[in-house]
Write a protein that binds this ligand. Structure first.
Ligand code: BDR
Ligand code: CA
Length: 314
């Protein structure tokens, strides 16, 4: 059984990532780190606590991570994220408050300690900006060779970005951190828009959750219906909402869901292509490629697993 740590900017697809991790038998979710992105970091932490409570997993600790990119001194939620995930990240629903408080330890320190403790057994899945991971590497460079795998949701190699024509949202939040991560020797798998925009959920599936008659089924159906409606406005060409973050969790546990290529990657940290994930021309002849970039996904297998696991959990 793998130990997993999630690092989330808890909006709606992050909420689905939590549910997937809890529902998978091969996964022992040992902690969640809160990041900023879809929401401010405090709100993201609150959402994670409340979702864990809803799913009967309030024993999983939640650690607060960075509040903004290290190159900036503040972070403001962009109106477009608020439209897609709701102002509070969870479709403007008032979730029942968890009695649990955020853990006292900082998210970055928790990550470093856990990597030393579990080493190759540990999988880290960031589905928000890569700020916390970059901070952890800076603080303790030894961790890059200890951890089992980092599977992150972010970037786009063969398709356009979603916040600018060049950049995907998570990478665009902190291109400097993402570049440090991609240029490190961490064992990385990049689950970007190349694959996540191919795995879509529709109201047919959420209807199934609603019909369970449980509060988790009902709330997750409300969350995802909101997300689907927002997608119809912003991504009318897609026939549903993209399952970005849960795909990263599923692929971390079962890499064969993806077709990947090995590539040395980098991130553009400046305009005009700030946040673009692209092959690193300075490392073309360096053979040690540590990043696997997902270029295709077995949609049917993933969606089946996703529905079986989440429906079972709710
Ligand atoms: C990513 O950005 C966030 O809005 C989503 O939660 C996802 O992690 C998609 O680009
Ligand atoms: Ca996310």
């Amino acid at each position: 059984k793998y130990k997993m740590i999630l690092d989330l900017d808890t909006g709606i697809d992050d909420a689905l990532a939590i549910a997937y991790a809890l529902a998978d038998q091969d996964c022992d979710l040992i902690g969640i780190i809160g990041s900023y992105g879809n929401v401010l970091v405090e709100q993201g932490v609150r959402n994670s606590l409340d979702l864990l409570y809803l799913l009967g997993a309030e024993n999983v600790p939640v650690y607060q991570g960075s509040a903004c990119a290290s190159t900036k001194n503040r972070f403001a939620v962009e109106p477009v994220s608020a439209t897609i995930h709701g102002k509070n990240g969870v479709a403007n629903l008032s979730l029942k408050h968890s009695p649990q408080k955020p853990a006292v330890e900082n998210g970055v320190d928790f990550l470093i300690t856990a990597i030393h403790k579990y080493q190759k057994e540990l999988i880290f899945v960031p589905t928000g900006p890569l700020t916390n991971l970059a901070a952890a590497i800076k603080k303790d460079p030894a961790i890059v060779n200890l951890i089992g795998n980092v599977t992150f949701m972010g970037g786009a190699l063969s398709v356009p970005g979603n916040v600018t024509p060049a950049a995907e949202a998570n990478i665009h939040q902190d291109p400097v951190a993402a570049n440090e991560v991609l240029r490190s020797s961490l064992p990385l798998t990049m689950v970007g828009l190349d694959v996540t925009t191919r795995t879509l959920l529709t109201k047919k599936e959420t209807k199934k959750w609603r019909s369970l008659g449980t509060s988790a089924g009902e709330i997750y159906a409300d969350l995802v219906d909101y997300y689907i409606e927002a997608y119809q406005v912003t991504n009318a060409h897609l026939a549903g909402c993209a399952l970005h973050d849960p795909l990263a969790v599923a692929a971390a546990l079962e890499p064969s869901l993806l077709d990947t290529v090995f590539l040395n990657m980098k991130v553009d940290t400046d305009l005009p292509f700030e946040g673009r994930t692209i092959g690193d021309e300075t490392r073309i002849n360096k053979p040690a490629e540590t990043t696997q970039v997902a270029l295709d996904v077995n949609k049917k297998r993933f969606l089946n697993k996703f529905m079986t696991r989440l429906t079972g959990l709710f």
